[in-house]
Ligand binder design. Structure first.
Ligand code: MLT
Length: 244
């Protein structure tokens, strides 16, 4: 049995994710926003690699139920209805809607894992549910790949810590040596040894959290570091995120 953690999507190849079960992480903020949107009744999320792709996708869907969502340099994209804040994903606004979404790192990461068999959306807000879902599949096929969205193609502490939490939860209860961890997974679990189960402390230490705080989005960090608020697990398949 093997759990691998990749700290950025740059490591993703057909070889590393083809046919695999993959858990994608972007705790600040894309995945937190996506999970919150589903909890408030969104029908689906179409992740785009960039804002212009999101606009083209939204036009091709030609539906009044489509909402453009996303950020560039942390701020809402001009012309888009919503930014990338979980606090904006209210039932009144996203209920029954298809969100076409573009964020700097998170939505682009999904596009790199199209060849995976199953792709799970993981965050703190759905941590226990997503870990249980991943563990069920891991029990059956013995492999899990965790892909962190990272930050501008670089290591991101908040995602790496979250990856360690998931790796630990999925492997828990198995005998010593029963699960092989790649070097990324070993390092991610070391972060969990450092920060324990304190999501807020681990995430607050990251550069992404500092940048969000400076931009006035402290409330989003607070929302993203509340664990197990939702018992739902969105899954990405055929270029679309939906509840299974
Ligand atoms: C991203 O996908 O790059 C992030 O969600 C950035 C953000 O905090 O908006």
């Amino acid at each position: 049995m093997k759990i691998s953690v990749f700290f950025t999507p740059l490591a993703v190849t057909q070889n590393t994710v083809g046919g695999a079960t993959v858990l994608v992480i972007d705790i600040l903020r894309a995945n937190t926003t996506i999970v919150t949107a589903f909890a408030n009744g969104a029908r689906s999320v179409v992740p785009a690699a960039a804002a212009d792709e999101a606009i083209t996708l939204a036009q091709s869907l030609q539906s009044e139920n489509t909402v453009l969502v996303g950020e560039k340099r942390l701020e809402p994209i001009p012309g888009f209805a919503l930014g990338n804040s979980p606090l904006e994903m209210t039932r009144e606004v996203v209920g029954g809607k298809t969100l076409v979404m573009s964020t700097t790192n998170g939505t682009a990461a999904y596009q790199t894992v199209n060849s995976a068999e199953t792709v799970i959306v993981g965050a703190a807000v759905n941590f226990t549910a997503a870990a249980a879902y991943a563990r069920e599949i891991f029990d059956a096929n013995g492999e899990l790949v965790i892909v962190c969205s990272g930050r501008e193609k670089q290591f991101a502490l908040e995602d790496a810590y979250t990856a360690g939490r998931f790796a630990q939860a999925v492997a828990s209860g198995r005998g010593r040596g029963a699960v092989e961890f790649n070097d990324g997974a070993i390092a991610a679990k070391e972060l969990v040894r450092r920060y324990g189960d304190r999501w807020k402390r681990a995430v607050a230490a990251s550069a992404a959290a500092r940048a969000l705080k400076q931009a006035g989005y402290k409330n989003d960090i607070d929302a993203a570091t509340e664990s197990d608020v939702y018992d739902i697990v969105p899954v990405y398949k055929n270029k679309l995120i939906a509840l299974p």
